[in-house]
Design a protein around this ligand. Structure first.
Ligand SMILES: NC(=O)c1ccc[n+]([C@@H]2O[C@H](COP(=O)([O-])OP(=O)(O)OC[C@H]3O[C@@H](n4cnc5c(N)ncnc54)[C@H](O)[C@@H]3O)[C@@H](O)[C@H]2O)c1
Length: 359
């Protein structure tokens, strides 16, 4: 049998410094008999030398288009716009199966080239739970930005950071008084909820933790009595929102919404007072000016949809730790369970009429 060949491509976004497999994990693949090729990348947080030292074969940026037919081309974010047809098996987050903007164009490229898309979002276990995600560091960065904003120490535009520097800033924010402010984490038991709590602990804020059980009967006045809400909920079905328009004029301590979930336009938006993401350039947006008459504070939102990219090293390391055992499953006949689940999601998306050319 041919060895499994994993080809780690360079990311096309210039701000994307993360890698799906870190150099330290390359030997795990090599020891299993895999072939590992890594493209040069000007922005990746790990150098090509580190990959070469780990035993990977380093090639020029963007040469995945010439990769052997049987290679799995691995990335994190979207492919560049060319070529028009895709003949390989690609592994990345494509956001192409739910009718998102540009989704049909992506699927048509696969149809033309007869390639396959194994979307990382659809790598799931028998219970349908995702097996690889960036949640923890999204929560960490989302909560950290909220603390820095509360402490008036958030500097825009945001740029990718080293965790040590971010933690130093969090500690300073805590010492400057943020450790007296009250934080509520919703979705506290999930991946991002746990990351959010870790960042809040670094700054020394007292934390209230709510997951499903604690929000069945929503104590709105308790919620509004916190200085910051870090929302880390993932729910597939619409549920009673946490903060609605009618809450804004109420007596309220709440002054920062750090929306890690960032489901701002969907039917499951738990914070419908906000319907737009914020950006690295302008991370904070004012939602309400506050009203002294009603003792309501000014309310700001941070809703950045690419938080883990701001801590590229840690996010890559955590992701690689989760992904590599599953990559090893590619050696199984037909791929291990999660790959078969991702393959089914692709087949279902391709079977929809609008993925065809001319539609
Ligand atoms: N902004 C970003 O850059 C970024 C990055 C990664 C993930 N995310 C998003 O963050 C969200 C959370 O991801 P995750 O990996 O932590 O998910 P997860 O499934 O690990 O955790 C979600 C948690 O929400 C809880 N929950 C569900 N409904 C609830 C409710 N009504 N009240 C309270 N808790 C409830 C669940 O029990 C679970 O503990 C997802 O929507 C994901 O897409 C955002």
């Amino acid at each position: 049998m041919q060895p499994v060949h994993v080809w780690i491509r360079s990311e096309s976004r210039s701000t994307e410094q993360r890698a799906p497999v870190v150099p330290a994990d390359v030997p795990l693949l090599l020891d299993a008999g895999f072939e590992v090729t890594v493209e040069e990348s000007p922005q990746r947080i790990f150098s090509s030398d580190e990959y070469a030292a780990a035993g990977a074969f380093v090639v020029d940026e963007g040469t995945w288009t010439d990769a052997p037919d049987d290679a799995y081309v691995l990335g994190i974010k979207e492919l560049p716009d060319a070529p028009d047809s895709l003949r390989h098996r690609h592994i990345f987050f494509a956001h192409a199966f739910k009718g998102q903007e540009g989704a049909q164009d992506t699927l048509k490229r696969f149809r033309r080239g007869e390639g396959r898309l194994l979307d990382i979002e659809y790598l799931t276990d028998e219970q349908g739970k995702r097996v690889v995600a960036f949640g923890y560091w999204a929560g960490y960065v989302g909560a950290a930005l909220g603390v820095l904003h509360l402490a008036d120490r958030l500097v825009a535009p945001l740029v990718p950071m080293a965790k040590h520097d971010l933690d130093t800033e969090l500690e300073k924010a805590g010492q400057a008084g943020a450790d007296q402010l009250l934080a509520l984490v919703t979705g506290a038991r999930g991946r991002s909820g746990r990351g959010a709590q870790r960042a809040l602990m670094t700054a020394g804020l007292p934390i209230t933790r709510w997951d499903r059980q604690e929000t069945i009967d929503l104590h709105k006045q308790v919620l509004l009595g916190h200085d910051m809400l870090v929302n880390c909920v993932f729910t597939p079905t619409p549920t009673t929102p946490f903060v609605e328009q009618a809450d804004l004029d109420h007596e309220r301590r709440l002054s920062v919404l750090a929306d890690v979930t960032c489901d701002v336009t969907g039917p499951t938006n738990m914070l419908p007072v906000n319907t737009e993401i914020t950006t690295w350039q302008e991370p904070v947006r004012r939602l309400h000016d506050g009203d002294p008459e009603h003792a309501s504070a000014a309310l700001d939102v941070i809703a950045i949809d690419n938080l883990p990219s701001l801590l590229p090293r840690e996010a890559s390391e955590g992701f690689s730790t989760d992904l590599v055992p599953h990559l090893l499953g590619l050696a199984e006949e037909g791929g291990s369970g999660p790959w078969r689940a991702a393959g089914r999601a692709f087949d279902e998306a391709m079977a929809r009429p609008d993925s065809r050319d001319g539609s």
